[in-house]
Design a protein around this ligand. Sequence first.
Ligand code: KG4
Ligand code: ZN
Length: 338
Amino acid sequence: MTILGIETSCDETAAAVYSDHGLQSNVIASQQAHETYGGVVPELASRNHEKKIIPTVNQALQEAGCGVRDLDAIAVTRGPGLMGSLLVGLCFAKGLAMRLDLPLIGVDHIEAHAYANFIEHRPTFPLVCLIVSGGHTQLMYIDAPFSHTLLGKTRDDAAGEACDKTGKMLELPYPAGPEMDRLAARGDPERFSFPRAMMDDNLEFSFSGLKTAVRYHLQNVAGDEREAYLQANKEDLAAGVMHAITDVLVHKLEKAVRQCGVRQVIIAGGVSANSMLRRKVNAMAGRNNLSLHLPSPVYCTDNAAMIAVTGHMMGRQGRFTDLSVKPYTRMPESAPAS
Ligand code: KG4
Ligand code: ZN
């Protein structure tokens, strides 16, 4: 099976080809238009997707050395994401599927982050997956492909959102996560202590208190000297914030693994590219004698390879999607298992 994967849920226009021989191409056109606004502007995002989708898909096919006639199905992100952005990718995919008389595969973006691990590795089931992206933070028990149980999720901000919002207070450009990672690597993570919420509770997360603590810290300690204080302490502040976020993530992941009694762990989503998190998860896996898979950073952040590989797995199970499907902006609700 040869699958074209298309991803347009937020501000990356991406296309990839995945076949029985693995990933054949992976093209990402990132949008620069949002930088000046400090966040993604939905209307600009969808207009940009419209401009870029055809050249991006063409490039993915060309780099894979195949034409549309070599495809067996079209996989596309259905949600969650920005409505206008999702519509561009989904309508394009539907049109192409109709024109070529190919089946459509509607892929969930969050599930696809988890299955990105299958691009380079062969994780075995059952497993526990920590998904940490800009909009979602959740722990999932996966006992077989596409058989998921939600163990816990964030009650407020996602881990990526916490990185981005605290990074904004440190005057870093959006999205601040990658720069927080770089600064933290040069800082002292023990100098400032920021809160780690709900450590003794269930497998739910909360990161909004951390954001407030950083705001108060800058108001109280830095005061009028804020600018000079930031310049002198940015690295230690970023290290303190990342230390707190990753402590919570790894603590809950370890708890989930013990609770589910699994030996296989994977992590996924943009924040799983974070070097401190990867180091701590590695150490946790070593302590518990677990088999751990980490996607390469390029497959952690949004990409179409994850849509194509998930589409390939779904296609092999005959999980095709009707051409009348609609996109969805939020994850379908399901109750946490604990
Ligand atoms: O999965 P993703 O690319 O998009 C969503 O589906 O949301 O995740 C984006 C998030 C952003 O919050 C970004 O700041 C964060 O991932 N991120 C990082 C790193 N790279 C991306 N956070 C911490 N360290 C990184 N190296
Ligand atoms: Zn994502």
